[in-house]
Ligand binder design. Structure first.
Ligand code: M6R
Length: 600
């Protein structure tokens, strides 16, 4: 987690850094800070505090000319979010200022070995890095001291380092945590995500693990950058063009990113269709389809919302091409893997492509020589680069912490994959996905009505979603969405399982939201609704037209029965959004969370 931005160039560094931090705030937002070199009085200035980037921008003075700086927005891993633990951190003499995204696993051992008498100012694992660099500069050049430090630290890091004695230089290094170098006509920007480079760089390069960079303003005024591996050998690389525009990361008139992203979902479906069609037929590279040849089982590895998309993917793979599939929570699979079949294929599903729990699994299964495929929204991400192949979701940047359009995009990609792998095509996919987009639009257009339902029904501190089969997967996702942004304790439950214990929690007025999209389970789930309403529950039923009852509160336009999760999830996202809105919660940045979970 945490977002970092650094700049050395002709622009005012603090402008580039602060606007970059605003765009990276989705990565962590409990505290933030910036260090910059003031050209007027040759001083390094650091501002940092608990709280949001907005305060960092408004509460401090950036009027001095400055062309070099580093900034950080934090999701705390070591020590409380407070001023002292905020980044940047300094070495003891304040010669080195650094920002860090990641976790240094052996910082205690390194302290005991190299700096046993050092009194640290903060509770973070980051301070050791600044102090080790300073310690090694007693005998080594700065670059050698940085490389020596990198060779000792274990864990994940994206680091930006300023040596306050050389304000024409900026250093950076990375391992596991993402870091991009952005090359513009008037300077170099380094950032955790391409979003912070837009407007300042035309080209970028995702820095490889265990690589070290030094950026320099030369005497002739040119900005140069070099990449080295940890032993100092130059690394060759190819710059990529930035093809994202600023509009894509704005709110486009919506009050919240989450609402914008919910409303974008019909166009995400259409965009994915256009990206995965050639000559009017769906197309995925033959080399990816051939990865499924001869496999005994697919293992889907994911976390949170992406794991819920994985459950739908299992249903699709087992129902269309009839490939056995298991879904695993990444953090569980990493350290407690199941007994694997002889010929597995691993699919990693991740919006960000940076989730550390998944990466731990990817590294592990690659070491065993297994085939790996990533489905991600970020083509430049670590999981995309490190798997054997990847499929891009094309949902566009998802900024709200609560994932909506990426979830739908993941399911569409899994649908296309399952469809292309199926020997007999069960329907016309183009037609059926088009119907999905229309059905989504119809319910999004009725969002004011859903807001009214929320006011009437979601009135307690707890809530249940119930459903069977494929609807149960949507219940899990719906419950996560509601709890994540409204803090209402919500459980997604298999409707038939409720009476085996959890029904004890049903009391007068507790909202129970049922999802019914399949005729095979219609009567059973309706029986479960009667059981809970008999005990006082305030029911809300989401159904599809062909299985609806006149008393159902939300009735969705019909879509193919295998594609219903794409539409049933939409009202649940809106329920979550309006519940959080009415409770006055910070919808796009819910407490304790971050968009990209880059620590295990
Ligand atoms: O980037 P990823 O898809 O790998 O992220 C996985 C989860 O952290 C993520 O889906 C999380 O559960 C969402 N915030 C839920 O809305």
């Amino acid at each position: 987690m945490c977002g970092i931005v650094g700049y050395l160039g002709e622009k005012k560094a603090t402008d580039v850094i602060l606007s970059g931090l605003e765009k990276l705030e989705y990565r962590g937002y409990d505290s933030c800070g910036v260090s910059f070199f003031s050209n007027i009085d040759n001083q390094f200035i650091t501002y940092k505090d608990k709280g949001r980037v907005k305060h960092l921008v408004e509460d401090f003075n950036y009027s001095l000319v400055n062309h070099l700086g580093i900034g950080h927005t934090r999701w705390a891993t070591h020590g409380k979010p407070n001023q002292v633990n905020s980044h940047p951190h300094f070495s003891r003499s304040e010669r080195f200022s650094i920002v860090h995204n990641g976790v240094i696993e052996n910082y205690k051992e390194l302290t005991a070995k190299y700096l046993p008498h050092m009194k640290f100012i903060s509770e973070t694992d980051t301070e050791i890095i600044a102090n080790l660099i300073e310690h090694f500069t007693h005998d080594l050049s700065v670059e050698e001291a940085i490389r020596k430090t990198l060779s000792l630290i274990e864990g994940s890091y994206a680091l930006l380092i300023i040596d306050t004695t050389t304000p024409h230089k900026l250093y950076a290094a990375k391992n596991k945590s993402p870091l991009l170098i952005g090359v513009g006509t008037d300077g170099i920007t380094l950032a955790s995500d391409v979003m912070a480079l837009i407007g300042h760089a035309q080209y970028y390069y995702p820095i490889e693990d265990k690589t070290f960079t030094s950026v320099t303003k030369q005497a002739n005024g040119k900005y140069t950058y070099e990449l080295f591996d940890i032993i100092g050998k130059p690394v060759t690389f190819k710059l990529l063009k930035i093809d994202m525009v600023l509009d894509e990361i704005g709110k486009a008139g919506y009050s919240h990113f989450m609402l914008k992203e919910i409303c974008e979902q019909p166009s995400v479906i259409r965009k994915i269709m256009s990206k995965y069609m050639e000559n009017d037929t769906f197309f995925v590279s033959p080399s990816i389809l051939s990865m499924f040849e001869g496999i005994d089982r697919v293992y889907i590895i994911a976390a949170g919302t992406s794991m819920h998309a994985g459950f739908v993917g299992k249903h699709l793979l087992e129902n269309m091409p009839k490939i056995p599939c298991e879904v695993f929570i990444a953090s569980e699979f990493a350290y407690n893997p199941p007994l694997l079949v002889d010929n597995p294929l691993f699919i990693f599903i991740s919006q960000s492509g940076e989730t550390a729990d998944l990466r731990a699994c990817l590294v592990n299964v690659k070491e065993q020589g297994y085939k790996t495929l990533t489905i991600t929204n970020v083509a430049t991400s670590t999981l995309a680069r490190e798997a054997d192949a990847y499929l891009e979701i094309y949902a566009g940047p998802e900024i709200a912490v609560a994932s909506t359009k990426a979830y739908v995009g993941q399911i569409v990609i899994l649908t296309i994959l399952a469809y292309l792998l199926a020997p007999r095509k069960p329907f016309d996919l183009h037609l059926e996905l088009s119907k999905v987009a229309v059905s989504m639009e119809a319910i999004i257009d009725k969002r004011d009505y859903i807001h009214e339902l929320v006011k009437e029904k979601i009135t307690k501190r707890n809530c249940f979603y119930i459903g069977r089969g494929i609807d149960y997967f949507t219940c899990l996702e719906a419950a996560l969405k509601l709890k994540e942004i409204s803090y209402i304790q919500t459980e997604g439950f298999a409707a038939g399982e409720l009476k085996h214990g959890t029904i004890a929690l049903i009391e007068e007025g507790v909202p129970v939201i049922a999802i019914i999209s399949q005729s095979a389970i219609n009567n059973n789930t309706r029986a479960n609704i009667r059981e809970v309403t008999a005990r006082g529950a305030n029911k809300l039923v989401i159904s599809l037209e062909n299985v609806s009852d006149v008393t159902d509160e939300i009735i969705l336009m019909d879509v193919h029965q295998l594609l219903t999760p794409l539409v049933t999830v939409i009202p649940t996202q809106l329920i979550a959004f309006y519940s959080a809105l009415d409770l006055n919660k910070d919808i796009d940045k819910p407490r304790n969370l971050a968009k990209s979970v880059t620590v295990e």
